[in-house]
Design a protein. Structure first.
Length: 361
C-alpha cells in the first residue's frame, strides 16, 4: 500500500530547475490523493511557467513510477502569483501585483527590445502582463508593439491602456507624434511618468514590466524612489564599456533598496546567417563575470540576430511572431528564471490589513 510519506519522500528529491529548491521545500505540493494504485497529485507554482509544466510532469511521473504499487499518476499544476514587497515607504499600485524594472547603465544595449520580449514571454508562460514605457525622451514601445492611436478616457480623468498582442501598455508615445522631441526638464518628466503609471486603468496585472530610460542620473533615481518596484533586471552587452555602466545601474538599485533579480547579457554572440560561423563580436563572458562579482544571477544570454531587430522595428516582436524560434525560447526561459527569483522574495501583506477610516462626526 502506497503511503503519503513515500510520495513526499520522492517529491523532496525532485528539484524545481528555476527555484533551485525541491518541490516540498518550495511548498508546491498542495494535495496528494491515494486511491489504491492510483495517485492524484496537485501542485501549485508561485510563478508562471507553462512551458516547463510538461517537463516537470514527466520527471515526477518517472520518479514516482519507481515506487511499487502505483499504476496510474495524475498530476495537476496550478499557478498562483502573489504580490511581493517593494521599497519602504512606497505603496503598491491597485490592480498591479508586481512591478519589474528593466534597466541599463547606458543606451544601445537592446534594453527596450529585451523588455518587450520579456513581457510577452511572461504572458506566454501564463501571466497577466502589462508594460510601461518609462523612457519619456525616447519612447519606443508603441512602434515595437505595432500599436497606434491614442488611449481612450471614459471619465475624462484616467486612461485605458492600449492593448497589443493581448498585452496592456502605456507610453508617452501614444500621446505625441512619433517624431516630436520631448524638451522637458527632470521634474516634468517625473510628473509625466507618475501620471502615466497612476492614471492608467491597469486591469488585474500579475506583472507590470517597466522599461526604464538608460542611465543612472537624477531622473532614474527619482523614479525608483517613487514607483513601487518588486525587482529589477539589468541588461548589458559583454563589452567592457557596457559592463562598467551596467554595474552603476546595479549599485543604483542597491542604493534605493530594490532587489536585483539578475542580469541579462544581450548580443552575446553573433551567428552568420550565411555560413553559420559564430563570433563574440562584443566580447565574451562579461555578463557571467558581473553576476559572479556581485553575487546575482545570470538570467540568460541572448544572441545578436537580424530577426530580433527586424521584429521590433516592424511592430512584430520575436516572442509573439516567432514563438518556436531559438530566441523566443531563450526569452521564455529568462522570464521563468526572473519570475521564480521574484517568487522567492518577501511577500507583501498590505492588502491583508483592513483600512482604518476616522470619521469626525
Amino acid at each position: 500500500m502506497i503511503t503519503r510519506e513515500q510520495i513526499e519522500g520522492v517529491l523532496s528529491k525532485i528539484q524545481d530547475t528555476h527555484l533551485q529548491q525541491d518541490l516540498v521545500t518550495a511548498k508546491m505540493v498542495r494535495d496528494i490523493k491515494i486511491d489504491g494504485d492510483q495517485v492524484q497529485l496537485q501542485l501549485e507554482m508561485g510563478y508562471p511557467a507553462s512551458g516547463y509544466h510538461k517537463k516537470m510532469t514527466d520527471i515526477i511521473k518517472s520518479e514516482l513510477g519507481s515506487l511499487e504499487g502505483i499504476t496510474d499518476i495524475d498530476i495537476t499544476i496550478d499557478t498562483k502569483i502573489i504580490s511581493h514587497s517593494v521599497q519602504k515607504g512606497v505603496q503598491l499600485i491597485p490592480n498591479i501585483k508586481n512591478t519589474i524594472a528593466i534597466a541599463s547603465g547606458k543606451g544601445g544595449v537592446g534594453k527596450s527590445t529585451t523588455a518587450i520580449n520579456l513581457a510577452l514571454a511572461l504572458q506566454k508562460e501564463g501571466a497577466r502582463v502589462g508594460i510601461l514605457d518609462a523612457d519619456i525622451y525616447g519612447p519606443s514601445q508603441p512602434r515595437m508593439l505595432g500599436c497606434r492611436g491614442k488611449p481612450e478616457s471614459i471619465d475624462g480623468k484616467t486612461m485605458e491602456p492600449m492593448v497589443s498582442y493581448g498585452m496592456q501598455s502605456m507610453s508617452i508615445g501614444y500621446l505625441i507624434e512619433e517624431d516630436n522631441p520631448m524638451i522637458w526638464r527632470g521634474p516634468m518628466v517625473t510628473s509625466a511618468l507618475e501620471q502615466l503609471l497612476g492614471d492608467t486603468n491597469w486591469t488585474d496585472l500579475d506583472y507590470l514590466v517597466v522599461d526604464l530610460p538608460p542611465g543612472t542620473g537624477d531622473i532614474q533615481l527619482t523614479l525608483c524612489q517613487k514607483i513601487p518596484v518588486s525587482g529589477a533586471i539589468i541588461v548589458t552587452t559583454p563589452q567592457d564599456i557596457a559592463l562598467l555602466d551596467a554595474k552603476k545601474g546595479l549599485k543604483m538599485f542597491n542604493t534605493v533598496e530594490v532587489p536585483v533579480l539578475g542580469v541579462i547579457e544581450n548580443m552575446s554572440t553573433y551567428i552568420c546567417g550565411q555560413c553559420g560561423h559564430e563570433d563574440h563580436i562584443f566580447g565574451e563572458g562579461g555578463g557571467k563575470q558581473m553576476a559572479e562579482q556581485y553575487d546575482i544571477d545570470l538570467l540568460g544570454s541572448l544572441p545578436l540576430e537580424t530577426k530580433i531587430r527586424e521584429g521590433v522595428d516592424n511592430g512584430k516582436p520575436t516572442v509573439a511572431m516567432d514563438p518556436d524560434s531559438r530566441a523566443a525560447q531563450i526569452y521564455r526561459d529568462i522570464a521563468r528564471r526572473a519570475a521564480a527569483k521574484l517568487a522567492l522574495q518577501a511577500k507583501d501583506y498590505s492588502s491583508a490589513f483592513p483600512r482604518i477610516v476616522i470619521d469626525n462626526k
